[in-house]
Design a protein around this ligand. Structure first.
Ligand SMILES: Cc1cc2nc3c(=O)[nH]c(=O)nc-3n(C[C@H](O)[C@H](O)[C@H](O)COP(=O)(O)OP(=O)(O)OC[C@H]3O[C@@H](n4cnc5c(N)ncnc54)[C@H](O)[C@@H]3O)c2cc1C
Length: 405
């Protein structure tokens, strides 16, 4: 039986997050974009309200309790609630959404691959009773973005831990994070099988931020370059512990930690893109209704643009909800996660461009549409570019039949 209706709990989450987006995010959105940062006092206030960016926060802190871990798969709805909330946050302001305190992209690998002690140690620090804190996820390097198997950051085994050397670029919240999940290789000749994930804590000697990027869009979101120079990381910070990797023999386990993260986070990123598209669409629909008497000759063009936008947004949302639902019930969702990410990133750009076109010069200066257009672009790039999502989808079509692409 298929239902397209939200449960009352899901609707409640949507309403609360929408209220937050409209009343807390939108009022600071344009200024934060201009300043290139989210004000600290705003972040502190939001943290005290207990608002964080993490999938688990929507499922009652599922990672913290063994009892809840065993909750029947059919009852889990953390991913569905996360995509519902994420769309509203994207509607409010995607850069501010990415800056909300919490483990962020670093959360899913710790939840999926961390030992019980690591989950407790690294995830329990995010509390409204503590100052705002962030986690981050560092995979991308100057020579390894789409092709993550090519990472060059090394992890050399030494007494009591590992020594990391290398550089990571474009890391969201990388400078402000209390800890960063860092992917490194213990042996490049092993390819993906040599990958390991480490939790590197802020203040660890040999670990520093070297630069913050200035970007076209999501300017208020921090994007950091990180450097690791003879950085000693204790073995307790190897995600999953030694046993996790040994149990997988020579399989590509560290690589799997990275990829598994994407299956959870791509639908969340996709829904943020849908929120951007919806923001542009709603603004323009309102504008056309208001301005139509003065701009009557554009009516047919406007109707075409708005009807297409409605269709694109609805289609993207259904794809995304399916990917999140599959993640909740524990079914493989790599194909759906890739498809919804590819489609939502594309339609966000299309819808913003078309809406901007309708408004003409009126939407170009210090205007929400101009900002949405700039913000939309990154959703076609991070968490895997559009082309890479197509590649992931194609692999799912061919590989079960023994064909490698
Ligand atoms: C604002 C921002 C925030 C980010 N946050 C994070 C973060 O928190 N953590 C993190 O680890 N990374 C992060 N990233 C990095 C992001 O995920 C990468 O930029 C992205 O995966 C693309 O990698 P690349 O930059 O190396 O581009 P490249 O891989 O060099 O791609 C360049 C172009 O080539 C195309 N291409 C590459 N390979 C193929 C192929 N096999 N087939 C077809 N086309 C191909 C790509 O689609 C793209 O169009 C962030 C990036 C940005 C800009």
């Amino acid at each position: 039986m298929i239902s397209f209706e939200m449960s009352s709990h899901q609707q409640q989450v949507k309403d609360v997050v929408h209220w937050f987006a409209e009343n807390e995010m939108r009022p600071i959105s344009m200024e934060a974009d201009k300043m290139g940062r989210v004000p600290d006092d705003w972040l502190e206030k939001i943290n005290q309200l207990g608002i964080q960016l993490s999938t688990s926060s929507f499922d009652g802190g599922e990672q913290k309790s063994e009892k809840k871990e065993k909750k029947r798969k059919s009852e889990r709805q953390g991913n569905r609630l996360a995509v519902i909330a994420s769309e509203e946050l994207g509607w409010g302001d995607p850069a501010i959404a990415l800056t909300l305190p919490g483990p962020g992209l670093g959360g899913p690998p710790v939840q999926s691959s961390g030992t019980p002690e690591q989950k407790e140690r690294f995830l329990s620090i995010f509390s409204k009773d503590e100052p705002p804190r962030w986690g981050a996820y560092a995979l991308t390097e100057p020579d390894a973005g789409s092709d993550v198997s090519g990472i060059r950051t090394t992890a050399k085994k030494v007494e009591g831990g590992y020594v990391l050397n290398g550089q990571k670029i474009f890391i969201t919240n990388g400078a402000r994070a209390s800890w960063v999940v860092v992917f490194a290789t213990v042996d490049r000749s092993l390819g993906r099988a040599g990958h390991r994930a480490f939790v590197v804590e802020k203040g660890t000697p040999g670990f520093r931020c070297t630069r913050l990027a200035r970007k076209m869009g999501i300017r208020a979101s921090e994007t950091a370059e990180l450097l690791f120079e003879d950085c000693f990381v204790p073995e307790e910070n190897l995600l999953g512990g030694e046993a996790y990797y040994e149990s997988r023999g020579s399989g590509p386990s560290g690589f799997q930690v990275a990829m598994k993260t994407f299956d959870n986070t791509r639908p969340i990123v996709a829904s943020m893109a849908i929120g951007i598209a919806r923001a542009a669409y709603e603004y323009t629909l309102d504008w056309v209704r208001r301005e139509y008497p003065r701009h009557g000759r554009f009516y047919h063009r406007a109707s075409e643009v708005l009807a297409n936008a409605e269709l694109d947004i609805e289609a993207a949302r259904l794809l995304t909800w399916e990917a999140a639902w599959k993640a909740d019930i524990g079914q493989p969702n790599a194909k759906e996660a890739a498809m919804c990410k590819a489609y939502s990133g594309k339609i966000a750009l299309d819808v913003c461009a078309k809406c901007l076109e309708l408004l003409g010069p009126a939407g170009l200066e210090n205007h929400i549409l101009e900002k949405l257009y700039r913000d939309a672009k990154i959703f076609d790039i991070f968490e895997g570019t559009n082309q890479i999502q197509h590649l992931v989808t194609a692999r799912q079509l061919y590989e079960p039949h023994g064909v490698r692409v």
